[in-house]
Design a protein around this ligand. Structure first.
Ligand code: 5GP
Ligand code: ZN
Length: 112
């Protein structure tokens, strides 16, 4: 999709602190980290939210989670981490390309 910053990152048109890439997903450092370690995992395909999942995209998301689970210790997250997916305006989704925040590197509190 034109003018989507994460599509541009996926195509390598904008540099990112990439920590993992394969044919269908990319994991890179968030430009404004909220925690000591803050990564983003995106599918290379552009879609905005889980409302747009079909079977193929759901399977892709499953593979992305499996990959995160396998590689998290190599990113310094062996003691745990939080996965967050903001969906839409009220959740504060600022980039309309599905992404999984991977947050950790410090003890996190769950604020209410
Ligand atoms: P959202 O608020 O949509 O859930 O999360 C978007 C995230 O993308 C934010 O944490 C923001 O810091 C990050 N972000 C926005 N633009 C860029 C960019 O150009 N490069 C990187 N690495 N992260 C970005
Ligand atoms: Zn996109």
């Amino acid at each position: 999709m034109e003018n989507c910053v994460f599509c541009k990152i996926a195509k390598g048109e904008i540099p990112s602190g990439k920590v993992y890439e394969d044919d269908e997903i990319l994991v890179f450092k968030d430009i404004e980290p909220l925690t000591k370690i803050h990564l983003l995992c995106i599918p290379k395909e552009h879609f905005k939210t889980v409302a747009e999942l079909d079977d193929a995209r759901a399977a892709l998301l499953g593979r992305a989670l499996k990959k995160i689970g396998k590689l998290a210790p190599s990113w310094g997250l062996e003691n745990g981490y939080r996965l967050v997916m903001n969906q839409g305006e009220e959740a504060g989704q600022s980039v309309p390309h599905l992404h999984i925040h991977i947050l950790g590197g410090e003890r996190l509190r769950w604020e209410k």
